[in-house]
Design a protein. Structure first.
Length: 216
């Protein structure tokens, strides 16, 4: 029996299969995920990440990241404290937010494994092209929520699942480091479960805000 890695649901049905992997969908939170037995090892995963060239000075890359940096900055006050989670070897987003007057810490499992920053709380946490890679998304999601002050923002970038037909020819699933695929319905499930305000911006930016009042 497969267990959903996000919500721990047990009703998970076949969704799609290609030459390399099988994909399942949770009927509770609608997450699409790779059969866990077909994931890469950490060594194989890092070897792929080491090939990425995310240069903070690359104008094309900065335009890509501006899709989340600009709306996040618009919602923040001045001189806010943030965390770039999963920043990779070239933390361009952190640099862009610093240029906007914010203080930003870095965390990345492979490149900036500074666990002390995970003991703090922030006005905003950003994770771009991160959530689709997680092997233990439930644990990381709870960690993100614990990092947020009341009223703080969680900003994510990830491509969203539309339907099985589109998924079957979707280039995004072909990256073997991508093991989770979220839809609007999945984020709506999480927002309702965890009392978060939710906003979708464009096709791949998701902003969630922690309620200013603790739930009882």
């Amino acid at each position: 029996m497969y267990i959903c890695p996000l919500c721990k649901g047990t009703d998970n049905q076949f969704y799609h299969e290609d030459k390399r992997r099988q994909y399942l969908q949770c009927q509770s939170c609608q997450l699409v995920f790779v059969d866990p037995s077909q994931r890469l090892t950490p060594e194989q995963e890092k070897a792929i990440y080491d090939q990425h060239e995310n240069d903070p000075g690359d104008q094309g890359y900065r335009r890509f990241l501006s899709r989340i940096a600009e709306p996040m900055d618009e919602r923040l006050g001045s001189n806010q404290q943030g965390l770039d989670f999963g920043c990779g070897p070239g933390p361009a987003l952190a640099q862009m937010m610093r240029e906007r007057g914010h203080n930003v810490d870095l965390y990345d499992l492979y490149y900036y494994p500074h666990s002390e920053v995970l003991q703090k709380q922030y006005d905003f946490v950003m994770a771009t092209e991160v959530i689709e890679h997680l092997y233990q998304p439930d644990e990381v999601w709870q960690q993100w929520l614990s990092l947020l002050k009341l009223g703080a923002y969680l900003g994510l970038m990830t491509k969203l699942v539309k339907d099985v037909e589109a998924f079957s020819t979707w280039h995004y699933k072909n990256d073997q480091t991508h093991v989770l695929f979220f839809s609007r319905a999945t984020f709506e499930y999480l927002a309702e479960r965890d009392s978060l305000d939710l906003e979708f911006i464009g096709n791949d930016v998701i902003l969630l805000r922690k309620s200013k009042h603790e739930s009882t």
